[in-house]
Design a protein around this ligand. Structure first.
Ligand code: OOG
Ligand code: NI
Length: 468
């Protein structure tokens, strides 16, 4: 019966519409994409191994599409509806990130596809933060902020109808899907008119820039989009050469032969003209929030790998005297490289030590030669390492599709300017977040573990079929 459009296809449509909109709104972002394309083309032309790996994991075709964007919401109700909106596109909340310890008064999740096949159709994710109004210490200001937020409607009436229709029928046909995409896009659009006065904007801004960014606007404008690069250090250098101002340091692990987790950098947010409301019309002002980011992803680490990562990252930060700044950027990058020297930089070692997740894939050429020397009873998961040693099974890294809280805080901070709050002493509260969301977030590691397990099952069954 179903002439429903696949969720992944709606997501792909949406991400490409969003990219077009953002490039029009922020032309500097177009320049960044151009730079990333040039760098990627150069890597593909010169690095055979990287190219072969992208082909083996099905990622070459999706290299050119944006990997993520980010929004900041004001109210629990907005987050709950956003969850329903994203589920139309097969995007589910994965992970809980508390940014308060790093001085950003939000907690967050990432909406994304969760299976490998769907990710290959469209890897687009949205890092979604919810403002923690309770962290505004001035009660009067907190109440004003809340009152302003309760007056806005960030979703169009039509998108709400289409979400309800999707939930009732289980899908959307082509025409409705296209309408959904264009209606949903409205929520993420920039508004250069603010419903609040310049004076209130400034009060909010003094509390925290981020509070002004959320409360003073009609909707949660997309604040950045992020393409994927195959060489982030080349992009970092290239930005300066093309007159794009980069943030001080690349967040995440240092450069390595076998990339792990996620490295990110961005260009600094632009100052944009805004018209604030006042009794006799409008008052001119500016707001700084929107930027462009680049990411380079590596293999997803297990809990054990993450622990090692956190430990080594902390050593580098402590040695630098805290979070990196413009002034100590070079020293920080040096400390980072030094503190990670003992993190194995070889895929087989990462696998053997249980530090990272991998796909198991049959190596057909080797299997054709060697499989006959194995009994069918040897083609089991207990025996997997023997099959790997024989070259019959190969390992391919599973790319990390999530975020890193320390890196995210670094991206936030560098786009909020200096002079932000040091940190908030507050309880990290996943339960409150999930209550606002109206659902539990999915556990990051469970997803990679399942992808790895599924690949093992299908690899073994393929080999058994080949065995005669
Ligand atoms: C989100 C910052 C976090 C990332 O890539 O880590 C983020 C924001 O600035 O709203 O996007
Ligand atoms: Ni980002």
């Amino acid at each position: 019966m179903s002439n429903f459009v696949a969720a992944a296809d709606i997501r792909r449509l949406f991400s490409s519409a969003m990219s077009k909109m953002y490039q029009q709104e922020v032309p500097l972002y177009s320049d960044l994409i151009q730079l990333v394309n040039d760098v990627n083309a150069n890597v593909l032309a010169t690095d055979e191994a990287v190219k072969a790996q992208l082909i083996a994991t099905g990622e070459l075709a999706r290299l050119d599409i944006e990997r993520h964007g980010a929004i900041r919401l004001g109210l629990p109700e907005e987050l709950a509806t956003m969850r329903r909106l994203f589920s139309v596109m097969g995007m589910y909340p994965v992970g809980y990130y508390d940014l308060a310890p790093a001085g950003v008064p939000v907690h967050s999740t990432a909406f994304r596809a969760i299976d490998a096949e769907s990710l290959n159709v469209s890897p687009f994710r949205v890092f979604t933060s919810l403002l923690r109004l309770e962290l505004i210490d001035n009660q009067e200001l907190r109440e004003k902020a809340e009152a302003v937020l309760y007056q806005r409607h960030i979703f169009t009436p039509r998108v709400l109808e289409l979400i309800a229709q999707f939930e009732r029928d289980g899908g959307l046909n082509q025409q409705d899907a296209e309408e959904f995409v264009s209606e949903a896009l409205e929520t993420f659009r920039w508004h250069d008119r603010s419903p609040v006065s310049k004076a209130l904007y400034e009060d909010l801004h003094r509390q925290h820039r981020l509070i002004a960014d959320v409360v003073a606007f009609q909707g949660p404008h997309i604040n950045h989009l992020t393409p994927r690069t195959l060489d982030i250090d080349a992009v970092q250098v290239g930005m300066s050469q093309r007159g794009i101002t980069p943030k001080a340091v690349v967040e995440g692990p240092p450069r390595r032969k076998c990339p792990i987790f996620l490295r990110q950098t961005s260009f600094k947010a632009l100052e944009e003209a805004v018209k604030f409301s006042c009794e006799n019309g409008e008052e001119e002002g500016t707001h700084t929030a929107r930027f462009g980011e680049i990411e380079q992803r590596g293999v997803a680490l297990t809990a054990k790998g993450r622990e090692m990562y956190d430990r080594m990252l902390n050593v580098a930060r402590e040695k630098t005297g805290g979070a990196p700044t413009e002034a100590n950027a070079a020293q920080y990058m040096k400390n980072l490289a030094e503190s990670f020297v003992d993190f194995p930089d070889d895929y087989r070692a990462l696998y053997d030590e249980g530090l990272a997740y991998f796909y198991y894939q049959p190596n057909l050429a080797v299997a054709a030669q060697k499989l006959a020397s194995f009994s069918i009873n040897d083609i089991t998961s207990d025996n997997i390492n023997t099959l790997i040693d024989a070259g019959i099974v190969k390992l391919e890294p599973i790319v990390y599709e999530d975020f890193l809280p320390v890196s995210a805080a670094g991206i936030f901070q560098s786009n909020l300017g200096e002079g932000g709050q040091g940190h908030y002493d507050s309880q990290s509260n996943q339960a409150i977040f999930e209550n606002s969301l109206g659902a539990k977030v999915l556990e990051i590691n469970e997803i990679y573990q399942k992808i790895q397990n599924d690949s093992l099952v299908s690899c073994l069954s393929e080999l058994r079929k080949l065995h005669h």
